[in-house]
Design a protein. Structure first.
Length: 493
């Protein structure tokens, strides 16, 4: 625990939905739901207007439609979200060399390591400036938590939502945590929370009062000790700038259960190829192939096979996944399939053989012929997080809908009417609203799906003329200098 609140946690507000509202003037202030639109799709993100109607992330899309029948339902545009995320992460990188991204829209920052804050006043000033700068660059809002530990900074940003800032003063941690639900603590999910509830522990104060021995008895030594420390506000985890991926995986949820064994195998092989594409895109290889099968009755089976060495060969992964499938009974039907690779490395078995061959060749002759280049340097890849897992079905649904030319919410351009977005399509027609992020709500027009003047387009940036913060935080615009606590900002008692 630090003596000053110099760990910052940023969480963008309803990120996907907010980006869609910023891009589509006609949807501002209205309920927006982003996710997989198939019968078995799930909600990736809901706007705050939709959340007030009961819609939340990871909810089945069918249930969301019942709760909010008049909301706008959109297919994710990950190219846009990644672009905005890159802008935000670049701003965070100016504050400190220690930035730990958790997902596209969430990250920890060690302000002390960046030399931009060393006490409550300077930390608050930087947090307030960050919110203003993010809005000026992206047009979106983010909530900021500041505390002496990662756990408390994340809790603070959650309490500050939406579009706020909360600073937890050192020494007030236990008082702040005491009345909160045990579910606020890291590692307390539904199962652990239910187990604690049956033991009469529903608040953080109950955990602190129970004592370490009682929590160890209930949850085991490692979990019990850690939970007792967190209940007292202790968390010594550092902000880590780089986090290696633990696995690469893809999965698809099918609108109709698959019963044909040949079709199931074909889908597994297709998923294996997609998985290898992601693996190679990250410059990695893996040693263990994992198959995930969710059957008609929602039972989920996971099977794995460890290879002799790491590989990024699609044939090897495809055949391993097919072998794993042979051991799974799919008679009643399959609703979800997934293929993943774990045990990641920066080289493949083939790389090692190639390097050995090169060494022998150079030893035999001064000028070796056909020299093979060494393995490529791996690209950075973040560990998959809870938020990303919640959006996995939505991401897969986007890929399933790729064969359809006009996914709801995606960008189009018409030779006469200009830039717009798809409101819906079907029965040979596509409905488009023509507007841009910086225009008033636009007109709606309907075209044939094969209209030669209409074509898919790239997303527009969300801010027409972004404010230039290239010198931030060394020098600030006058509007930011000397700023104290503003609207949406608070401190713990």
């Amino acid at each position: 625990m630090r003596a000053a609140p110099t760990i910052l946690h940023l969480d963008m507000d309803a990120f996907y939905a907010s980006a869609e509202q910023a891009a589509k003037p006609s949807l501002r202030g209205k309920p927006v739901v982003v996710g997989g639109l198939g019968m078995r799709g799930v909600v990736a993100t809901a706007s705050y207007e939709a959340r007030r109607l009961g819609v939340h992330s990871a909810m089945p899309m069918a249930q969301a439609r019942r709760l909010a029948p008049n909301a706008a339902y959109l297919v994710p545009r990950f190219a846009l979200y990644r672009t905005v995320s890159d802008q935000v992460m670049e701003l965070l990188g100016r504050l400190s060399p220690l930035v730990e991204p958790l997902s596209l829209d969430e990250a920890f920052v060690d302000l002390e390591a960046g030399g931009v804050a060393d006490d409550s006043a300077s930390a608050r000033a930087i947090g307030g400036q960050l919110r203003t700068v993010i809005r000026g660059v992206t047009g979106l809002s983010g909530s900021v938590g500041l505390a002496g530990s990662k756990m408390l900074a994340k809790i603070a940003s959650e309490e500050a939502k939406p579009d706020g800032l909360l600073l937890i003063e050192p020494g007030t941690e236990r008082e702040l945590l005491a009345p909160m639900s045990v579910r606020i603590l890291p590692g307390v999910g539904p199962a652990t929370g239910d187990h604690l509830r049956r033991a009469g522990m529903t608040l953080v104060s109950h955990l602190a009062e129970a004592g370490e021995a009682e929590l160890v008895r209930l949850l085991g030594k490692a979990h019990g000790v850690a939970l007792h420390r967190m209940a007292q506000g202790f968390d010594d985890r550092p902000v880590v700038a780089e986090r290696d991926a633990k696995s690469v995986s893809v999965e698809d949820t099918f609108d109709v259960d698959l019963h044909d064994r040949v079709r199931v195998r074909a889908e597994v092989e297709r998923l294996a190829d997609r998985c290898v594409q992601r693996l190679r895109g990250a410059g990695r290889s893996g040693r263990t192939v994992v198959l995930k099968v969710r059957r008609y009755d929602f039972s989920t089976l996971t099977r794995s096979e460890t290879l002799r060495g790491p590989t990024d060969d699609p044939t090897v992964v495809r055949e391993a996944a097919a072998r794993l499938l042979e051991a799974v009974d799919t008679t009643g039907g399959v609703r979800l399939l997934g293929v993943g690779v774990t045990g990641l490395a920066d080289f493949t078995q083939e790389d090692l053989f190639a390097q050995a061959a090169d060494a022998a060749e150079h030893a035999a002759a001064e000028h070796a012929a056909g020299e093979s280049p060494g393995p490529a340097a791996p690209d950075e890849q973040q560990e998959r997080t809870v938020d990303e897992q919640a959006g996995e079905d939505a991401r897969d649904s986007e890929e399933q809908l790729a064969s359809r030319r006009w996914p709801a919410g995606h960008d189009v351009r018409h030779e006469v009417h200009g830039h717009g977005w798809v409101q819906g399509s079907g029965v040979g027609r596509v409905t488009v609203r023509f507007e841009e992020p910086w225009t008033p709500p636009g007109r709606v027009r309907t075209f044939r799906v094969d209209d030669p003047q209409l074509r898919p387009a790239e997303p527009l940036r969300l801010v027409r003329d972004p404010v230039d913060y290239s010198s931030w935080p060394a020098s600030l615009p006058k509007s930011l200098s000397g700023a104290g606590p503003g609207e949406g900002e608070a401190s713990s008692p």
